[in-house]
Design a protein around this ligand. Structure first.
Ligand code: KG4
Length: 337
């Protein structure tokens, strides 16, 4: 018998719902929140209000597009954390209410595990490009930079992570101080394609093991900016492509150096990338170069599965459902790991 899972994601500023038939994605509907653009960053209170407005129509659309009736659902999977607490509460409460109403199990999903599990979403029944276990996953989002050793669906080990800022956060902040806009990731990506990645040099961290650090890069970027603007107030306007290319190049290099070390030490050559920053062109190119040069088998997600989406929550929920790993109705949302 087929299993139908409804996934719900509301951890930050995207309200998303998805429906799966077993591992195959039937629909994935996401409402983004433009209300934050004017503020240059996500405003938590506005995010939770927008989730409240969006959640019913988004879930409704996801079921309609999937051609699935509520009564056919086997379980509801939802993001329990980490994320913005007010935003999470909207999805968590909605999922709990619907599960009581329909009398079906609830499955709680860790948002970060969801990003990794995005690699198991199938587009159709013949889609077979899933990584074999064990594999390494570089998880790079706005709030996290981690190297995860994935032994099984339910067995993931973080072997390295940032001790301060995340890669996405560093890019976003550098873009913001240059006045380029928010979120900076896609803007820097676009500008970087037309610039020289060797034009400027920024500080690189010297951290032991597989851990990352991006706060030194951010500080050295600020010092460079101060010096550039002292001599020429229009410096950014004239050199933004080179600055973006150099910044992106440094971030990608820092990420790949540690990942290379992890591959070498573990001997695991199946390497995936996940999270919002995995949309980045420079990072994707670096993965392809490493595949050619070092014989890595690489797994790069579709763009629609890089940023926050409910499809990744639904697929994680599907595997937990098969294990009967259900969540009690009294479990609260959590903001941090
Ligand atoms: O995974 P995600 O959607 O949200 C979190 O769970 O954090 O990641 C958002 C991050 C932001 O920092 C955004 O700037 C970055 O992903 N991002 C990119 C690109 N697209 C999104 N960074 C670099 N290049 C991109 N093309």
């Amino acid at each position: 018998m087929d299993t139908f899972i409804l996934g719900i994601e509301s951890s930050c500023d995207d309200t998303s719902a998805a429906v799966l038939r077993n591992e195959v994605l039937l629909s994935n509907v996401t409402a983004s929140q433009d209300v934050h653009l004017a503020y240059g960053g996500v405003v938590p209170e506005l995010a939770s209000r927008a989730h409240q407005q969006n959640i019913v129509p988004v879930v409704d659309q996801a079921l309609k597009r999937a051609g699935v009736e509520r009564e056919q659902l086997s379980a509801i999977a939802f993001t329990r954390g980490p994320g913005l607490l007010g935003s999470l509460l909207v999805g968590v409460s909605f999922a709990k209410g619907l599960s009581i109403g329909l009398g079906i199990p609830l499955v709680d999903v860790n948002h970060l595990q969801g990003h990794v599990m995005a690699h198991f979403i199938k587009e159709n029944d013949d889609d077979n490009h899933q990584p074999p276990f064990p594999f390494l996953c570089l998880l790079v989002s706005g709030g996290n930079s981690q190297i995860v050793k994935v032994n099984a669906y339910n067995d993931m080990q973080i072997i390295g992570q940032t001790i301060d800022d995340a890669a996405g956060e560093a890019i976003d902040k550098c873009s913001k101080v240059m006045g380029l806009g928010y979120p900076g990731g896609p803007i820097i990506d676009r500008l970087a394609r037309q610039g020289n990645p060797e034009a400027y040099h920024f500080a690189r961290p010297a951290i032991k093991g597989y851990d990352y650090s991006f706060s030194g890069l951010k500080t050295s970027f600020l010092y460079s900016l101060r010096d550039w603007l002292k001599d020429d107030p229009d410096f950014i306007e004239h050199h933004k492509e080179d600055i973006a290319a150099s910044l992106e190049h440094t971030v990608v290099d820092i990420l790949m150096n540690k990942l290379r070390k992890a591959v070498k030490d573990t001997g695991i050559k199946h390497v995936a990338v996940a999270g919002g920053v995995s949309a980045n062109t420079g990072l994707r190119n670096a993965f392809h170069e490493h595949a050619d040069k070092y014989g890595w088998n690489i797994y790069i997600p579709k763009f629609s599965y890089t940023t926050d989406n409910a499809a990744m929550i639904a697929i994680t929920g599907y595997y937990k459902y098969l294990d009967k790993d259900f969540c009690d109705i009294t479990e609260p949302a959590f903001a941090r790991m």
